[in-house]
Every structure is written in C-alpha cells, then in structure tokens.
Design a protein around this ligand. Structure first.
Ligand code: PLP
Length: 396
C-alpha cells in the first residue's frame, strides 16, 4: 500500500486552501469585485523595480550555461557570501557564507532544519498562534510539535508556560516574528526571556535546545518597530529565511538557512543541514533567483500599502465593535470572532461575501485571520460588509 500518512495529507486541503477554492467559485458566480477575499497570504504589491531590472540584466549579461545550471548543492558561494555580508552589515550577526544553505523558501528551510536537528520522538515547541504547516513539517522529520499558548491579549510568548513545557525530549523551538497569523512582533524583552529560559534549562538538565527563527516577514514592519535578530541573543540558533514576502516573490521559491557561527558545533549542524537537504532532494535552489536575490539584498516591496490597509481595517473594525490585535508587522489582522465558535463566525462572514480564516488551525480558538494583502480599494469596499456582519451579532 501507499504511505497512508501522505495519502491522507494530500487529500485533506487546509482550511485556507478550502476557502481560497470557495472564493474562486464564488467570484465566478457573482463577480470578482463582489467577493472580499482575505484568505491567502499572497503578497499584493509587486516586487520592487530593482527585481525586474536585475533580472533583465542577468538574462542579458550572465553566461546562460552558468545562470541556468546547477550550483553547489548548498547554493552558489558568491550568493552565500553576499547574504552573509548583508546580514553582518545590517545586524552585526555571527554569520558565515559557509554556514548558509540556499533553499526554495521558508517551507524548505524549515523542513531541512527540522530533519537536521531531530531524532525520532523528540519535541519541538512553538507558540500559538502558529503557521499550521509546522505540525506537518515536524511530524515528517520524526518529531512532535508541542503548542504553548501565548499571553492573552498581547500574543507575546508566555514564558512561564514555556518553561513548564520544556523537558528532556525538547530539541527545538520555532518562533515566528512578525507572526502569521497575529501580526505581532516579539519584543526584545520576549526574546531575551525566552533565551534566558533556554539557557537555564540547559544549565539545569544538560539538554541543548535549538532556536529556529522562521522569518519570512522580517522586513514587513510598520513604523519604528525593531525585530530583534535572534542570532545576537542565542548561540544555538538557526534562521530560516524566505524572500517570498519581503520581495513579493512567493512563486519563485527562494530563501536560505543560516546557522549561527558562534554555535560550538556549527559545522556539524551545517553538515546535518547539507545531509538533510540531500536526503530530501532539496539541493541547488534555482540559480537564476539565487543570483537575483544577491543583487537586491536589503530591498523590499512597497510595504506602505500594507500599512495603509492595516490602519484602515484596524480603525474601522474596532469602531464597529470588533476586538483586534493591532499588528506591527506582516500583513495579517487577528480579530476576535463575535461568537465562541470561529468556524461558525467565518461561515456567517461568507453570507456577507467576506472570506476570513478561522484561527483554529493556527492553534487558537475564537479568532479569525484577515490577510489584508489585497488592494486598498478592496479593503475600503469591504468595510460595509464587516459593519453589517458586526451588526448582525451586536444588534440581536
Ligand atoms: N512560515 C510562515 C510563518 C509563513 O507564513 C509561510 C508562508 O506563508 C511560510 C513559512 C512558507 O514560506 P515560503 O513561501 O517561503 O515557503
């Protein structure tokens, strides 16, 4: 028989995909402009102009055999060197080109890292709400995902609950800030407390726990908010990065893994990463896009559009009676459903042609996620529907 775990995984669509498919059908029925689709985290602003300019230059000027050819399994050395210099310049981070591994986006970065770190039965802690694929990636690497609640109200990591979850089987922690789906950026204090708890656990038990920072939204922050660079706070850390959101290139599948150069046995973990990449067949990320990203490091798509959408939605929804977390980053608004059952609430929202994701699959009940990576016009036109939805509950 076939591998039933994977057959099952292939048959069950995620809630988000399900909603996206529903949206396509509904748009065909009543017209695209009449459906307010906030289901998918697909960037709505184009890649910065430098991306096209550099792509054209590469296609016209680079040796085509090189450009479309295999690179080293771990990625082109020139590209890795450029990324290491950029991270050093921006964050003064302990990084080295020979501890960077190029990947097809954050999903591949996470899968490789988890396969490199985990032995069968080991646990990975993450904070709810979290990206649902963490469960799939961890299980596939032989581990078990353990969910720890965040602090009520702020959605910062709950350090006391975290300490209680650490045990002899804990091998890694995944954090994601700016966060999908809450939009919350973990404060420096949160990161420091988390790292202190890990160090204390290691001193008390001798167990090393690795910190994996999943960072596809690192540059998507509004105002003066600082996203602490985890490598500067914890030695046993690995950054899983993706250019999908910062450069609006999700379909091109490009990202990287960076192992902290201050880690005692960084070379050994990097060998495990190369081995996991090899075993999974995740080698030689697309060279055209490896070269491209190395030319536009530090550039981002125009995130002012996301800020505008955040402000419009947050201000309007709170005025209509919703409770929401004001997000400092990413492009998601996390809103308390107006009834206990977020699934039922999201179903009711459909009656107003609003497609929002119930947060149950993100590990938190009673909330919905609004992916506001849509045009500002769509956001503005959706407001009467959000108002009517609120009124359908509040005027009862
Ligand atoms: N991690 C988080 C938190 C995400 O939101 C996503 C995508 O939405 C990913 C990882 C996967 O990113 P990528 O498209 O780079 O594989």
């Amino acid at each position: 028989m076939f591998n039933q775990t994977n057959v099952k995984l292939g048959k069950v669509r995620s809630v988000i995909r399900e909603l996206f498919e529903y949206g396509k059908k509904r748009k065909a029925e009543i017209g695209e402009e009449n459906v307010f689709d906030f289901s998918l985290g697909n960037p709505s602003v184009p890649a910065p102009k430098e991306v096209n300019e550099e792509l054209v230059k590469l296609i016209n000027d680079a040796d085509p055999v090189f450009l479309h050819g295999y690179t080293s399994a771990q990625g082109d050395l020139g590209v890795r060197t450029a990324i290491a210099s950029d991270l050093k310049a921006r964050f003064n981070a302990p990084v080295k080109a020979d501890l960077i591994y190029m990947t097809c986006g954050a999903a591949a970065s996470l899968c490789i890292t988890l396969n490199a770190l985990l032995n069968s039965g080991e646990e990975v802690i993450t904070f709810a709400p979290f990206f649902p694929e963490y469960s799939v990636f961890t299980a596939n690497a032989g581990g078990k995902l353990v969910k720890v609640d965040s602090e009520e109200g702020t959605f910062q990591p709950d350090i006391e609950k975290f300490k209680a979850a650490l045990n002899d089987k804990t091998r890694a922690v995944i954090i994601n800030s700016p966060n999908n789906p809450s939009g919350v950026v973990y404060t420096e204090q949160s990161i420091k407390s988390l790292c202190a708890a890990l160090e204390q656990h290691e001193r008390a038990t001798g167990n090393r726990v690795f910190l994996i920072s999943d960072e596809p939204y690192r540059e998507l922050v509004f105002g003066e908010i600082k996203v602490p660079f985890v490598m500067n706070y914890y030695r046993d850390s690995v950054v899983c990065y993706s250019f999908s959101k910062s450069l609006s290139l999700p379909g091109e599948r490009i990202g990287y893994i960076a192992v902290n150069a201050d880690m005692e046995d960084s070379g050994e973990l990097y060998a495990g990463i190369c081995g996991a990449g090899r075993a999974l067949g995740y080698v030689c990320a697309p060279n055209l896009f490896q070269q491209l990203v190395s030319k536009v490091l530090g550039k981002t798509a125009d995130i002012s559009v996301y800020k505008q959408n955040r402000d419009t939605l947050y201000n309007a929804l709170t005025e209509y009676g919703y409770t929401a977390i004001k997000p400092d980053g990413a492009f998601y608004l996390f809103v308390k459903a107006l009834e206990d059952d977020a699934l039922a609430f999201a179903e009711r929202a459909k009656e107003f042609e609003l497609l929002v994701v119930p947060a149950d699959s993100f590990g938190v009940k009673g909330y919905i996620r609004i992916a506001y990576c849509v045009s500002p016009e769509t956001v503005k036109r959706s407001l009467p529907a959000f108002k009517a939805l609120a009124e359908s509950y509040l005027n009862k």
